[in-house]
Ligand binder design. Structure first.
Ligand SMILES: Nc1ncnc2c1ncn2[C@@H]1O[C@H](COP(=O)(O)OP(=O)(O)O)[C@@H](O)[C@H]1O
Ligand SMILES: [Mg+2]
Length: 407
């Protein structure tokens, strides 16, 4: 008898993987979230996640990647309605719902629809009050949300909320005790605004409560997705092709985007601008999950790039104050197409997509930081202006990565 109960408990349950209301496959998911027995619905093959189309191994990776749900608190209400009690498996408990795309899972035998379950139109537990947004005024979210400040996980703390007007927004926290990552997001927004570049995600400062009931600072941005627009990462797009180890992923990504119907100009213009502004901000984290494209989930049409997001790991956020004097531009490493930051500029085809005359930014936002704020700001400014000068030289035709002793 006991044995039987144990067997039942560990038995995998069957789920449909859904794209809105389309059943793209039937699969088993164990209590630990492991997939097995995937049976694809060939009639809906085009709606199968791009990242898993090549083979089942890649599909398992796609699923694992989703396993830290983008909205941990997501579908609790839907689940309660369904009578699920377990909170141990966050992914399954959330029905794998996300605020970045339209995939989710439905337990076989249930008759839940996308309209019942999705987080874009259904309330979820983190429903908070009104926030009126104004770039100059900080939003006070202290009563609305609580963060654990220092995390040992690989990701910053994040939380999805609903504003009174129904818009979904994400709050991001910081690593450790500095707030620079959040401030960098806001600083980057001010650069794109000054450049009059439309394709960026605006970030706003937000007061949040951190460990020990202290007031802390995070940032927030509105959801760039909806029921009609989903986001697919470059990482996922690259799962549709074979790439060689150590190969720069720039050209494979371009090929995939073009194959999906994006124009070459859309691709290069966006990349050119992003590479140049990332260089200026010393953003070292433009990896393949920080670049995405937008897609219409119904027609599957690619709508262009996702507005620039996640520029937090920039502006020497991880360089202690006393090391800022020794930063060498020629040895900055990035997690992007290639390791050496300055060499990313090689990909730029139209150097004029960035306007150095519109890059004189206000650094006072950095005064909000708790650590080293006053003494750090002039140093950050100096480094930024030196980078701007490098970009000017680059725009005048010089291939600055070729310069010996480029500092
Ligand atoms: N405004 C947004 N709307 C929808 N999805 C978003 C938004 N911002 C981020 N995401 C999704 O959440 C993921 C994590 O967000 P990101 O800002 O990159 O955080 P992190 O600093 O932890 O990498 C992104 O890769 C993207 O898929
Ligand atoms: Mg990111």
């Amino acid at each position: 008898m006991r044995k039987e109960v144990a067997l039942l408990a560990s038995e995998a349950k069957e789920y449909f993987l859904m794209h809105k209301n389309i059943r793209v496959c039937l699969m088993q998911i164990s209590d630990e979230g492991i997939l097995s027995n995937v049976r694809r619905n060939e009639a809906a093959a085009a709606h199968f996640p791009l990242g898993g189309q090549m083979n089942n191994m890649r599909f398992h990776d796609w699923w694992r990647d989703r396993a830290i749900p983008k909205s941990r608190h997501g579908a609790k209400t839907a689940l309660q309605r369904l009578g699920y009690s377990s909170t141990s498996n966050a992914l399954v408990n959330n029905l794998a719902l996300s605020l970045s795309d339209c995939y989710w899972i439905m337990p076989r035998g249930e008759s839940l629809t996308w309209e019942d379950a999705n987080l874009f139109t259904n309330d979820f537990v983190d429903t908070f009050g009104d926030i009126t947004l104004n770039r100059d005024h900080m939003i006070d979210l202290r009563k609305e949300t609580r963060f654990n400040c220092a995390t040992s996980q690989g990701e910053l703390q994040k939380k999805w909320c609903i504003a009174k007007d129904g818009r979904r927004y994400m709050i991001k926290g910081n690593y450790g005790s500095s707030y620079q990552q959040s401030l960098n997001e806001i600083f980057a927004s001010s650069l794109h605004e000054a450049q009059n570049w439309k394709q960026y995600t605006p970030y706003y400062p937000a007061k949040v409560q951190v460990d020990g009931n202290r007031e802390g600072l995070g940032c927030m941005c509105y959801d760039f997705c909806s029921e009609n627009i989903e986001s697919i990462s470059a990482w996922e797009l690259l799962q549709t092709v074979k790439t060689r180890q150590n190969e720069s992923l720039y050209y494979p990504l371009r090929d995939v985007c073009l194959k999906l119907g994006m124009s070459e100009k859309t691709f290069t213009d966006f990349m050119d601008y992003q590479i140049m502004t990332d260089y200026l901000l010393s953003n070292t984290d433009r990896h393949m999950n920080n670049i995405s494209v937008l897609r219409n989930p119904d027609t599957l049409e690619i709508l262009g790039f996702t507005p620039i997001y996640d520029s937090g790991n920039s502006m020497f956020y991880n360089v202690p104050y006393d090391q800022l004097n020794f930063v060498r531009f020629d040895s900055i490493q990035t997690h992007s197409f290639i390791e050496k930051e300055v060499r990313l500029l090689q990909y730029v085809q139209n150097r004029n997509l960035f306007d150095p005359e519109k890059a004189d930014l206000d650094f006072s936002i950095y005064k909000e930081d708790v650590t080293e704020n006053q003494i750090r700001i002039p140093k950050l400014r100096e480094l930024y202006l030196r980078k701007l000068e490098k970009l000017r030289i680059f725009q005048n035709g010089k291939d600055i990565w070729k310069t010996q002793g480029h500092r």
